[in-house]
Ligand binder design. Sequence first.
Ligand code: NAD
Length: 344
Amino acid sequence: NKQQPTLLVTGGAGFIGANFITYYMEKYPNSYLLNIDKLTYAGSTANLSEVAPLPNYHFINGDITDEALVSEIFADFDITGVIHFAAESHVDRSIQDSKAFVETNVVGTLNLLQAAKRDWEKKDMLAERRFHHISTDEVYGSLGEQGKFSEDTPYDPRNPYSASKAGANMLVKSFGHTYGMNIVISSSSNNYGPRQHEEKLIPTIIKKALAGEPIPIYGDGQNVRDWIYVNDHCRAIDTIYHQGNSLETYNVGGSNEKTNIEIAEEICQILDKLAPEYRTRTSSDSFKDLITFTEDRKGHDRRYAVDDRKLRNELGWKPTEDLKTGLQNTVDWYVTQWKTHLTH
Ligand code: NAD
């Protein structure tokens, strides 16, 4: 029913968006949700198999840069809020070719802002209806061994992906300040969990290990990332969307700072127990021996870590998944997914 108050989610066929929609529809079973996703290489409707049959879930295969389509969505549905995930998200791809990153992440965000502003202004709802941009701690740049990014850390993006996300954040903020739109931004650290595209670090480690191929780790493996379980991030988004203050940014962290090599070793240990039958492809006792250092990523940020006390103290959120259990669940999920495709 198109006249029901409807939450518009963009990029919901991707990793975090699909986990979020699945979480949201379970938590709010009577709400109406519309997902627009272009289904690029990174998106898949298979990620949404649990919600697809629901009558109050609606999917549109479309591009957020398409002005006519986005306007039509706001004309046809009563969009009462936007949670904007859609993005080109892979740093390595942005280093190869950054155009799609600017188109989707910057121009696409602007297009959504303009359509929302037009519709909500007409309905005199500009200050009530919320536009939530899902962003990243990468906009803050790179840290040394000490310190953390706070919400006030100036943006200092170092690769085309993070530059495009910083640009989108700036536009979102400007619509809040210039037009009085009710905007909020959440900047999270690295997510892990089920449904992530296999090009990203953790799925790559699992996939290569199961295939008995070298597990590629950039540089010296000492780059530090803070890891958050995707479900903890989904709960944070729910909290910020419903309770966050307009014009504010909230950092979202997992309090799990690890070097890339630590993550790879931890996953190998889990696989040693969980899938020893696949080790017959290797000659050694542990998947760890497959870890191989490769030429470093250009402009590779050394360390990210976020200070998320604002979200914890003001809105009462905290992550609940410890890294060991979260990784265990994640590895379990991929092994089950891929078992059918792999012979050992
Ligand atoms: P993803 O690449 O898995 O999914 C992105 C989704 O957006 C895909 O389904 C894709 O089809 C869709 N999409 C891309 N271009 C589109 C367009 N022009 N129109 C409509 N849909 C389009 O990404 P993800 O990891 O789920 O990240 C989601 C959001 O969270 C992104 O904005 C990203 O910047 C942000 N983020 C991700 C992480 C992380 O660790 N993955 C961390 C912090 C922030």
